[in-house]
Design a protein around this ligand. Sequence first.
Ligand code: FNR
Length: 386
Amino acid sequence: MVWPHSFTDLRDAARRRLPRFLFDYVDGGSFDQVALARNAAAVRAVALRQRVLNDVSEADLSTDLFGHRLDMPLMLAPVGMGGMLRRRGEIQAARAAQANGVPFVMSTVALCSIDEVMNATPAPFWFQLYVAKDRGFVMDLLTRAKGAGCPVLFMTVDLPVPGPRWRDQRSGLSGPPGLTGQWRRWTQILSHPHWALDVGLRGKPHTLGNLVPIMKGNVRLNDFLSWSGRNFDPSVTWKDLEFIRSHWDGPLVLKGIMDPEDARRAADIGADGLVVSNHGGRQLDATTGTAEALPAIAAAVGERLTVLADGGVRNGLDILRMLALGAKGVMIGRPWAFALAAGGEEAVSRMLAQMATELRAGLALTGCGRARDAGPHLLAGPPAWP
Ligand code: FNR
């Protein structure tokens, strides 16, 4: 591949390489994909002040989050089933993240298990938890994450029910079994010799590593969809957060907060951080863009916990835009997923290096030498949101 690559280039390359249903799974949002589009538009609507004649020869991108030094204020967001995009995909992405000094946040519903990623990567990764109905399973996951040395836990709170994904139904990933034969089609695609070889499935069941114990070793991906339908828990409340808090000593971050009232509650209950996120526009399709929600949340709780944000961040300058709105760190989902699909570990690594270059340029051109000093003083004015 010839670099540099924009997000659009990586998305196009991923589209060429992936079967349609997998590309749609990553690319898509819920319902009519309004929030998905609004996330990216809201980030891009943020204008920054151009400042000149400051000595910016020594730009410093590094920051500290939850007691950990990051080479830049960026994290790879949890992407469920990301391991399907390349052979043992979570391992490739985690290695790329570690090589670039940023955390890889592993999804509960990864293809590789916690142990597998731990054994294949030199540095610790962070872990994202979905609270399933089976609390024994949840405890087991926490124990395994602790055992693997995961220092930071993200609890995703914006998926009490799966957002209707019409696009996935059209392309055959999900939908009522038997209705249009999606299950059969999916299994056929996954069993295709080239595909199975590439994602490392030959000779192995299509497992979702972390679910093996609960599904007694029989975790084919289509079993997973029906398992997740039954086990994602719509009755999770703040009480359950207290339960998780009492069983996790390390930093706990709530992912999927869009409202200052919920943010205050998260702080009251002792969360160490939160991610302003609407799940990349994959849940409630009627939210504002995450960038729009960020300033009020940062104002409400920024002194009490670490405010992070994701949704629509597509390059290094977008990272700076989110920092200017009050985030202390930023997560990316689709950019790394598409890079992984397009070119594996190397492409994810190059994309991260490119984002660092872009962030460095942004810091220099706004006259702000250090990422950790970025904040609302960089804003050119109130963003032109709808
Ligand atoms: C996600 N996201 C997600 N979040 C989470 O907490 N657990 C998960 O398993 C997943 N799975 C997942 C799969 C795919 C294909 C996507 C695109 C997203 C949401 C993700 O962590 C993040 O919040 C968004 O992706 C951020 O938006 P962008 O960067 O994709 O615009």
